[in-house]
Design a protein around this ligand. Structure first.
Ligand SMILES: Nc1ncnc2c1ncn2[C@@H]1O[C@H](COP(=O)(O)OP(=O)(O)O)[C@@H](O)[C@H]1O
Ligand SMILES: [Mg+2]
Length: 151
């Protein structure tokens, strides 16, 4: 049986601190799905992960581009962990075929990449079974619950 972990934050800053802890469980090849309503904090959490791993800012939301790719430079935490690339994906405006055209199968088979996927519900049949699932729920103005499954 897979374990589930729950964590609650009370500000975007605390979410960024949580992202730093989360990175300890990240490995090259991982696919992280981020579920939650609009404004839950999927992009905020992704941006914190990108920042901690040492990607070069800015980190715009992939709302319209659908996939933003970051190649990590040497001496970043990401490369120290063996992660060479991060894909930040927002599937909201895409469909399965669109994702395939944008190179989704290359992303899945990239053993040195990490993919962060917002709105995974919209590409569910393209996702492998062994993803790490993060579900974010707004409990209040600044209170967010993170439920992690699959680590
Ligand atoms: N604890 C928190 N963690 C993350 N974001 C928070 C938190 N509290 C408030 N926010 C705010 O909620 C919003 C989340 O937006 P965003 O990350 O774009 O959500 P999503 O990508 O899920 O639509 C941001 O304006 C952010 O500042
Ligand atoms: Mg978003």
């Amino acid at each position: 049986m897979k374990k589930k972990m729950t964590f609650t934050t009370h500000s975007p800053e605390e979410t960024a601190e949580f992202a730093r802890i989360f990175i300890d469980y990240l490995q090259p090849g991982h696919i992280i799905t981020l579920s939650g309503d609009l404004g839950a904090g999927k992009t905020t959490f992704s941006q914190a992960l990108l920042s901690h791993l040492g990607a070069e800012p800015p980190f715009p939301s992939p709302t319209f581009t659908i996939i933003n790719q970051y190649d990590l430079q040497l001496d970043t935490l990401g490369v120290q962990k063996g992660i060479e690339r991060i894909y930040h994906i927002d599937a909201y405006r895409s469909d399965g075929d669109g994702m395939e055209m944008l190179g989704w199968s290359d992303i899945v088979s990239d053993a040195w990449g990490v993919a962060l996927v917002e709105w995974p519900e919209l590409m569910i049949r393209l996702l492998p079974d062994d993803v790490i699932r993060v579900a974010i729920t707004a409990l209040g103005e600044q209170e967010r619950q993170f439920e992690i499954a699959g680590v």
